[in-house]
Design a protein around this ligand. Structure first.
Ligand code: BG6
Length: 284
């Protein structure tokens, strides 16, 4: 079952409920900001100070960074992480695949407004499937007469029991660009977060595994060969207007990306799909 909802200040979202889970998706940004299997804790972290307001990205859930990830390479005055996360998507279709699984299709089209930020004709299609697992597929179609290059991310904010409990496996031996120092380094062993971390891992091949005291989450991807790991830690959390001071203790971003060397060029009439599937299991 899906219902159309609005927050007190008129921010529109869709609420989904089936036999497996509940989920919420905002039309702004096609932004899934809640996913919870019945009897489990929410999988995704959302800031209690997040704005649910037009033109401001929700702090948490899975924002879509598109058509560029991070700062625009040529013009730093353009919005960080592109414009998809603050653009309105249209809900095209809802399918109840079975009693456990619901699929939403959302669409964003190029317009005169997007043209001023990024001069291409495109269709951006988002499929979200919520059930015993959570899947997202983001398809970028080039409807222009010239090729375009996109960098992007499904910027998942995971809720974790306590940051000190966390480990991330699957990136051992991978090279990463450390955004805090500008250096390239090699990941030694699994990841534990003990300080601010902002890294873009390259040539990722395997599913990742995020574990904390309560559960283990398998993060599988397709159409992606890069992943971002981000935790702002103490000082940055405190400086961000839409995060509680100690928010860094209960969240970790692991983003399924097409970033840096993994940016993708899409030819006229062609498309590229970035996919993510999350499967959570409780630790016994
Ligand atoms: C991460 C970046 O993906 O997003 C970080 O690697 C950035 O550098 C973070 O700080 C949050 O970005 P924003 O624009 O949502 O504040």
């Amino acid at each position: 079952m899906i219902t159309e909802q609005k927050t007190a200040n008129g921010f529109q979202y869709i609420e989904i409920e089936n036999k497996s889970c509940t989920a919420k998706v905002a039309l702004q940004g096609g932004h899934l900001f809640h996913y919870q299997q019945h009897g489990q804790k929410p999988l995704l972290w959302v800031s209690s100070k997040s704005h649910f307001k037009e033109g401001k990205a929700i702090r948490g859930g899975i924002p879509i960074c598109w058509p560029w990830f991070g700062k625009h390479s040529a013009d730093p005055t353009l919005p960080q992480h592109g414009f998809a996360r603050t653009s309105t998507f249209e809900l095209l279709e809802v399918k109840e695949r079975d009693e456990n699984s619901t699929e939403l299709t959302l669409l964003m089209l190029s317009s005169a407004e997007t043209h001023t930020l990024w001069p291409y004709q495109f269709q951006l299609l988002l499929h979200i499937t919520v059930g015993q697992t959570l899947s997202l597929a983001l398809t970028s179609r080039n409807c222009d007469t010239k090729p375009f290059t996109i960098s992007s991310a499904l910027h998942s904010y995971f809720a974790v029991s306590e940051i000190g409990d966390v480990s991330v496996k699957g990136l051992e031996g991978k090279e990463y660009w450390n955004a805090l120092t500008g250096d390239c380094e090699i990941q030694q062993g699994s990841i534990h977060i003990r300080e601010e971390v902002d890294r873009v891992y390259q040539q990722t091949t395997d599913p990742l595994q995020l574990s904390d005291a309560d559960r283990s989450v398998r993060i599988s991807s397709a159409g992606s060969a890069s992943a971002v790991v981000w935790n702002p830690w103490k000082e940055k959390s405190a400086k961000m207007g839409d995060m509680e001071n100690d928010a860094y203790r209960t969240m970790l971003c692991i983003e399924t990306a097409n970033a840096l060397q993994d940016a993708r060029t899409v030819l006229p009439g062609e498309e590229h799909t970035l996919q993510l599937r999350l499967t959570a299991a409780a630790v016994k």
